[in-house]
Design a protein around this ligand. Sequence first.
Ligand code: NAD
Length: 423
Amino acid sequence: MQDVQKKATVYENVCRQFNKAADVMDLDHQVRKILSKTTNEIIVNFPVKMDDGRIEIFTGYRVQHNSVLGPFKGGLRYHPAVDIDEVRALATWMTWKSGIVDIPFGGAKGGIQFDPGKYSASELERITRRFTFALGCNIGPEYDIPAPDVNTNAQIMAWMVDTYLSTQPPHSRQANSHVVTGKPVEAGGSLGRDKATGQGVVFTIEEWARDKGFNLDGAIYTVQGFGNVGSWTSRLLKMHNSKLIAVEDASGAIANEKGIDADELTNYVAKTGGVKGYPAAKGIDHKTLLSTRADIFIPAALENQITAKTAPLLQVKVVAEGANGPTDPDGDDILNKKGIDILPDILCNAGGVIVSYFEWLQNKRSEFWDLEEVDSKLHKKIVKAYLHVRDTAKEFNVDWRTAAYIVALRRLEKVYRERGIFP
Ligand code: NAD
C-alpha cells in the first residue's frame, strides 16, 4: 500500500493506518502484500422500473477484501457518496474488525450510489431486490453475508433475503436465511441486533471509564449522526445518567446544555426524518457542535469528519468512534497530541458484526437466543477485545488505533503462516 501526500481518499487513509501498524509490528512482508489488496471487486449496473414507468440504471458495489478468517461479511450502504474507493475502505476495515473481536468472518462491504430519500418505498424495494439479483452467487450464507449500514435497515435485509431465497433451487430455500444478517426478528433476525452497534459502543465507553477512573454518572456527551448507531448509543448512555447536550445529523445540529432526551429525540426523528427543529433544543451550526465542550464525543455518521481542519476544535476527553473512519490520520495525530483518547472504530463499533455473527449462528443451528444471552455474549467479546487492544498499545507503546490493527494483523498473519499459500 502506498502512502500519499495529496488530499487522501478514504481508502488511502486505510492504507496509511495499515502501513503504520505493519511497520511497527514488522508484519511478514508476504502477508503484507496479500492484505494490501482486495480479493474481489464487483460492480453491477442494473435497471429498475420506477413508479411512473420510467427505467433508471443504478450502480451497485460489493468489495470482498479477505476471507482467510471465514466468509466475507459486511454491510450495504445506500448513499450518493458510495463509490469503489469508499467501499474498498469499508470492506478492508471489516477484515480488521472481525480479526480484533475474534469471529470467523472475513471483510466485505457494498452499496448503491444513490439517495434513497428521493425514492418511494416500492421503488426502494425494487432497487433492493434487483441489486440482490444482480449480485447473484457473489453473496451466499457460507460465502458473503451482507448486513445493514447507512440508510439500510431490517426491512431492506428482509427484501434481500426473500429475493435471494426466491431465486435459489427449491431444495435449498429453507436453510439459507443466514445469507443476510440484521433481518427483522420475525424473519430470522436476532434479538439485540438492532441496538448491537450502539450497545458495543457503550460497553467500550464503560471499559474506558473504568480504566480511567471516570464516572459516567452525569458525564456530558455530544453525538454526530442520529441514525441506528447514534440514537442507540445515546439511548443506552441515558441509562448511566449521562447527559446528551448536542447532536448533529444530515438535517442540521441542535443543542441544549440542560440535556436532550435521547428517547424523545428518537421519536421526533422517526416522525420528521431529522433532528432539525426539535422543539426542546436550539439550532446550532456544525462548527459549534464540534467545538462543544463535553466529556465524550461520539461520531456516528460518515467518514473523514475529524481532520486536520476540525480536530483542533474538539474539547473532549474521549472520541468513541461509532462510525467507520470518522477520523483521518491527520485528525488522529492532532487528537493524540491534544491528549484526547480515541476508541477506534474497528474496536468500538464492532458490536454490530458480533451480533450479526450471533444471528448467523442462531440461523444455522435453528436456535433463538434471548436478549440476555445475546447481550452477555456481546459484552464478553467486546471487553476481551478492548483489553487485548489496551495491552497491545502498552506492549508496542503505540496509539490505540495502531494497537487495534496489530491485534487483527497478528491473528491474520498467524493463519497465513499455518495455512501457507496455495499451490
Ligand atoms: P443510519 O443511516 O442509520 O444513520 C446515519 C446518520 O448519519 C443519520 O442520522 C444521518 O442523518 C447522519 N448523517 C449523514 N450525513 C451526515 C452529515 N453530513 N453530517 C452529519 N450527520 C450525517 O446509519 P448507521 O447504521 O447508524 O451508520 C452510521 C455509521 O456507523 C456509519 O459509519 C456506519 O458504517 C457505522 N456502522 C454501522 C453499523 C450498523 O450496525 N448499522 C455497524 C458498524 C458501524
